[in-house]
Ligand binder design. Sequence first.
Ligand SMILES: [Zn+2]
Length: 188
Amino acid sequence: MDLGCHEGYPGHHTFNALLESRLVRERGWIEFSVFPLFSPMSLIAEGSANYGQKIAFPGASRVRFEQDVLFPLAGLDASDADRYYRLEELRGRLTYAGNEAARQYLQGQMEREATVDYLVQNQLVTVDAASKKVDFIDRYRSYVINYNVGRDLVGAYVERLAGDDPERRWAVFVELISSPRLPSDLLE
Ligand SMILES: [Zn+2]
């Protein structure tokens, strides 16, 4: 669900298809046919890709769909699903430790080994997973914050404008991902 919504619908593929259709084709703004990865746009791109699942599956509908359709398809026992969702929610809060690890590592305050250790301790990941995260930080640097800070930014914006009306949320979300925006436009 995370991967499908993030990469496909209503995440990256939808975002890029809408930019291409509304800005490049309808308006002829050729510069939007290029997506600069290391740019302010990525905070909104990754943030909306992560938040999009809440738009496509509002309220309890994601859990219902997973329990009714995906768990049986995968041969998983759905009776323990509540614990899984609780764990997932708690683990989600730990993602911010990754931002802090990246900050200290990139500023030269923490060596690689200490950063791996920090992630193991604070994000509750394996050494192998932590090491891969440091590889990601080496390559993409502060890009790591786009996923959680971006999701929070997009979520706060959509919820501020649309309240908890699912249809209104869709409308605000679609408008957001099909128009040229900077992260500062989303602040109050
Ligand atoms: Zn992404």
